[in-house]
Design a protein around this ligand. Structure first.
Ligand SMILES: *Cc1c(COP(=O)(O)O)cnc(C)c1O
Length: 364
């Protein structure tokens, strides 16, 4: 039976990447060692991390005045590092369109009790269960503020921001964990971008940070590990980086490049998610909680059946048919198909067929 993995993260990886990792597992490029055994100071790893950075720069067209870092601690550690490094005693706005954005804001509120800065809620769609991207009046933004934090893709709720909001000239800091490299964003429209790798880049354990040089704090941060500048100066080798995760990420970048690059990847994702959205739209049985097509995520597609009992039955039968991890996040229920870059188009078609069948058998 073919297995299709709809996990929201850690998620499916490109088969050719896993095959190459398997082939190189015991002996990386005749070094007589596995990448798992390489020193992070070795020539071999030096090359891997440099190539990873260069490939990411090329794919995303990252300008030279942005630094690229490979850090640890997940996207969640960034929720604290961002205010510590960037807030500089000023106001910091949070645009909250999902559970992760809310976590980022909550961490900022905690930190504001010990470091001087002012986190402010710019907009929130929480009262609508985050089923849309909230709007705001840009006039409320103090142009002297340090940053506006946004989440470009709300992994749990299935919404996304494709046209960046007007922030009155204040730098945008974006959590791009679940749609980095899925769609084209212009890097120069951001002050900083960060992403945990385990959704669209590679295995868990590495977090990509892309930061505009001038935003780096000139003052040392209390902890070296939480100081972007320390990591910039050490080229992400201040301490032992997640060597194997970076190695896999590098191969994922190569895979995207071979496929035709980021614009091609976006086309594929639009077509792939379109199949599912179009199917759900024409069905009277399935429902997508995200009503505005403009707000719909290309990466995470949530849907429900007419009842919770049918949702549970759907998940059970889907699991048996090889559709794994399609259960929605516990906070929203229903189903969620996470169809990141490496998720194959055939899997979406197979899911639509399964959904058609399930509807025929269970609708009155
Ligand atoms: C998964 C996710 C996170 C959390 O990432 P960790 O690496 O587990 O800390 C944060 N933000 C978004 C948008 C996510 O999808």
């Amino acid at each position: 039976m073919t297995i299709y993995n709809f996990s929201a993260g850690p998620a499916v990886l490109p088969k050719p990447v896993l095959e190459r990792a398997q082939a190189e597992m015991l002996d990386y490029q005749s070094s007589g060692m596995s990448v798992l055994e390489l020193s992070h100071r070795s020539q071999e790893f030096e090359t891997i991390i440099k190539e990873a950075e260069n490939l990411l720069r090329e794919l995303m067209a990252i300008p030279d005045h942005y630094k690229v870092l490979f850090l640890q601690g997940g996207a969640s550690t960034q929720f604290s590092m961002i205010p510590m490094n960037l807030a500089k005693g000023k106001k910091a706005y949070y645009h909250v369109a999902g559970s992760w954005g809310k976590k980022a804001y909550t961490e900022a509120l905690k930190l504001a009790q010990i470091i001087p800065f002012e986190p402010l809620l710019l907009a929130s769609s929480e009262k609508d269960h985050f089923n849309k991207i909230p709007l705001y009046d840009k006039a409320v933004i103090d142009p002297e503020a340090a940053y506006v934090h946004i989440t470009t893709n709300n992994t749990i709720e299935g919404t996304a921001i494709y046209d960046l909001p007007d922030t009155n000239g204040v730098p945008i800091v974006a959590d791009m964990s679940s749609n980095i490299l899925a769609v084209r964003y212009q890097v120069e429209e951001f002050g900083m971008i960060y992403a945990g790798a385990q959704k669209n880049i590679g295995p868990a354990g590495v977090t990509v940070v892309i930061i505009r040089e001038d935003l780096l704090d000139q003052e040392p941060i209390l902890s070296s590990m939480l100081d972007y500048k320390v990591h910039v100066q050490a080229h992400s080798l201040y301490n032992t980086p997640p060597v194997y995760s970076i190695y896999i990420a590098k191969m994922v970048f190569e895979w995207i490049k071979e496929l035709g690059g980021l614009d091609q990847m976006e086309l594929i994702n639009r077509e792939k998610s379109g199949l599912l959205y179009t199917f759900i739209e024409q069905s009277t049985f399935y429902n997508n909680p995200v009503k505005n097509p403009k707000d719909r995520s290309l990466s995470n597609v949530p849907f429900t059946t007419p009842s919770e009992a049918l949702d549970s039955q759907f998940i059970k039968e889907a699991e048996k048919a090889g559709f794994k991890n399609i259960k929605g996040h516990r906070s929203v229920g229903g189903m969620r198909a996470s169809i990141y870059n490496a998720f194959p188009r055939e899997g979406v078609i197979a899911l639509v067929n399964f959904m058609t069948q399930f509807e025929a058998q269970n609708s009155k």
